[in-house]
Design a protein around this ligand. Structure first.
Ligand SMILES: CC(=O)N[C@H]1[C@@H](OP(=O)(O)OP(=O)(O)OC[C@H]2O[C@@H](n3ccc(=O)[nH]c3=O)[C@H](O)[C@@H]2O)O[C@H](CO)[C@@H](O)[C@@H]1O
Ligand SMILES: C=C(OP(=O)(O)O)C(=O)O
Length: 436
């Protein structure tokens, strides 16, 4: 377990380029299993979750070549199906959420997959019903193996069908798409998740020979094909990292430029920051955040207190609410943060309260923040990062606080943010990494 020692009060100044998107990369790397041909992927983030997934692919027999720091090629021409029944595979799967998306491609191409309990953030119940029901509807059978503590999934043949998903699950939709592209006949997925990362997956699959209609909508029609071939794909910039940097810049009174953000793929996020009182200038495909001496939270048009709530795309991502929450503590005005999707993601506010923030945790899903308008800057403290996004929120709080804070368990931050300490120190932060 490593620790960040963060000296607060330093303003940032300069340019920063967002990393490739973690949650897109997890889907795309799993999709490389769908073809025996070579697939080259650019802009892969160098983060713990992705490196773990790549090492699992290697152990499954995928030939992985690192072409440059963020570009790899993958060739799944000779897969060792025995590996996926080993205790090692089961243990590694439990270290990240993305491993759940091996199921769709494996069952589509090899008729066999093993699904141990996947890992990922411990942020409340994270059910997999959508994955199971969808893949089962395509004709695969799930059987729980009590010795392995994992499901075995078998299918002689997958057959296209109509399905209305019980919820617009992101990884569930990706898994079902990856199974359906090689199924016989036509699959219709209604209530599909449709965020840019799912769109990117669909576009890559189409370049590999898949036939998918309705990309970008919640109604996908997939005409199954016999086989897929190789391609090259570039991962989008990580919208959650972009949002984290916007919030960090405002809260620390910094002037920074975010380079090449793929603005049109950011959805409602930039406007949501504007409603928090943060000024953003869009220059080409860059976002400039000018130095803020203060910012004031908007109200709704009827004058009532603003709420930021998560919703499936094109709503606001749940992964950004921890950032909105911490940034609101130093705004003028009040806001309700309503985390509808996950029930254990707001408990980190206790630490912000210790630092002097005015927050009432109304229940596990809702926190009311009374911004102090920088009258009382936060005080440094010691904290433990419980999940990726609480971790980055704690880092933002520490960077804006008076004094030196310690953030333990920063592996949680490293799961999703590439070399965050080095990249922020390069533009003026003072963050020291200590390995315990
Ligand atoms: C590896 C990866 O890509 N992880 C992301 C993915 O996780 P993941 O794919 O696991 O999340 P899901 O989309 O399945 O669901 C997230 C949560 O929202 C609930 N839910 C979902 C859809 C819906 O219409 N109503 C609803 O209540 C689910 O029950 C669950 O509690 O999507 C989440 C939601 O954007 C993000 O937080 C995760 O970062
Ligand atoms: C919840 C997240 O990730 P995961 O689904 O990988 O746990 C996240 O990225 O905020």
């Amino acid at each position: 377990m490593s620790t960040f020692i963060v000296e607060g009060g330093h303003r940032l100044d300069g340019e920063i380029t967002p990393q490739g998107a973690k949650n897109e990369a997890l889907q795309i790397l799993c999709a490389t299993l769908l073809t025996p041909d070579k697939v080259t992927v650019e802009n892969i983030p160098d983060i713990l979750d992705i490196n773990n997934l790549i090492s699992m692919l290697c152990e499954m027999g995928v030939k992985v070549e690192k072409i440059s720091p963020n570009t790899y090629s993958f060739q799944a021409s000779d897969i060792n199906l025995d590996y996926i029944t080993t205790p090692e595979y089961i243990k590694k799967s439990a270290s990240l959420r993305g491993s759940v998306m091996f199921v769709g491609p494996m069952v589509a191409r090899f008729g066999y997959a093993v699904l141990p309990k996947p890992g990922g953030d411990k942020i409340g119940r994270r059910r997999l019903d959508t994955h199971f029901i969808g893949i089962n509807k395509l004709g695969a059978e799930f059987e729980y193996n009590t010795e392995q503590h994992a499901y075995e999934i078998r299918a002689n043949e997958l057959k296209g069908t109509y399905m209305l998903l019980d919820e617009a699950s992101v990884t569930g939709t990706a898994n079902i798409i990856m199974a359906a592209v090689l199924a016989k006949g036509t699959t219709t997925i209604y209530n599909a998740a449709c965020e840019p990362y799912i769109q990117q997956l669909c576009r890559m699959l189409c370049r590999m020979g898949a036939k998918i209609e309705g990309i970008g909508s919640n109604l996908l029609t997939i005409h199954g094909v016999e086989s897929l071939h190789g391609t090259t794909h570039r991962i989008l910039p990580d919208m959650i990292e972009i949002g984290s940097f916007i919030g960090m810049a405002a809260m620390t009174g910094s002037h920074i430029t975010l380079k090449n953000v793929s603005y049109n793929d950011l959805g409602i996020m930039p406007d949501s920051f504007k409603r928090l009182g943060i000024e953003l200038q869009v220059k080409g495909d860059d976002i400039v955040i000018p130095q803020h001496d203060g910012y004031e939270i908007d109200t709704f048009m009827d004058g009532s207190i603003m709420t930021f709530a998560d919703a499936p795309w094109p709503g606001l991502s749940p992964d950004l609410l921890s950032v909105f929450l911490v940034v609101a503590t130093q705004a003028r005005g009040s806001v309700l943060i309503h985390q509808k999707m996950f029930e254990s993601r707001l408990f980190f506010v206790d630490k912000l309260i210790d630092m002097g923030a005015q927050i009432i945790l109304c229940d596990p899903h809702r926190a009311a923040v009374i911004g102090s308008g920088r009258l009382n800057s936060l005080r440094a403290t010691n904290m433990v990062s419980p999940d990726i996004r609480a971790g980055i929120a704690m880092l933002i709080a520490a960077m804006s606080a008076r004094g030196t804070s310690h953030i333990h368990n920063i592996d949680q931050i490293d799961r999703g943010y590439e070399n965050i300490d080095k990249r922020l120190n390069a533009i003026g932060a003072n963050i020291m990494r200590v390995s315990n």
